[in-house]
Design a protein around this ligand. Sequence first.
Ligand code: ATP
Length: 229
Amino acid sequence: MLKVSNLVVNYGQSEALHGISFAAERNEAVAIMGRNGMGKTTLFKSLMGVLPLKSGSVEVDGLEVGKDESFRRVAKGIAYVPQGRMIFPTLTVEENIHTGLENAKVKKVPDEIYALFPVLWDMRRRKGGNLSGGQQQQLAIARALVTDPKVLLLDEPTEGIQPSIIKDIAKALNEIRKIRQITIVVSEQVLSFAMDVADRLFVIEGGRLVHESARADTDEAHIKQFLSV
Ligand SMILES: Nc1ncnc2c1ncn2[C@@H]1O[C@H](COP(=O)(O)OP(=O)(O)OP(=O)(O)O)[C@@H](O)[C@H]1O
């Protein structure tokens, strides 16, 4: 469903990603683990078209999207939950979710979204800025999901979020996969969360993928070494 090949991304003269390749199937979740500054956000921004590729390709469901602008990638089935959530603080919860429905034929929030995140139903008339960090993260995921993506990208969704809500988010992501069979790519530093949601784990270091393992074969101590050095 998502196929990334030899992705190279530069900031000016300096190369930040040095040829990243991985694939994720329909109904598969993969985690990209790595410390701060290793290239996770750069990777997600380039998959979404926020940063241009120097070379390489990104395919969604067999279609090349690597040169498309972000809005075209959304139309082709990628949704992105950026680091820091980036919800609209002065819009209500409901209005925030509606921003994801701009190109939808039916401008109604599907019941399934509120079923996944009941707190958003309770808070639907509140301003986004008045929600807790965890609630804002759920809102950002809901907003991405209403675009009906084939591939959902989440950049460090647990950052700054309390453990009980982290569990709720993991549960919701697993539930979404059951309902919609989407592909999920999540970047993370919290290994327990990645082990809860991902079928395969990668480690990124210095703009390169340096490790890959299936969840069942994952040596957690080994991954922790990458995360703590
Ligand atoms: N706008 C920029 N201009 C130049 N270099 C940048 C820019 N943004 C990031 N970098 C560099 O690219 C590398 C990867 O950064 P990136 O933000 O992708 O890491 P990350 O793994 O997402 O970390 P974090 O979790 O802190 O965001 C780092 O060396 C960083 O200094």
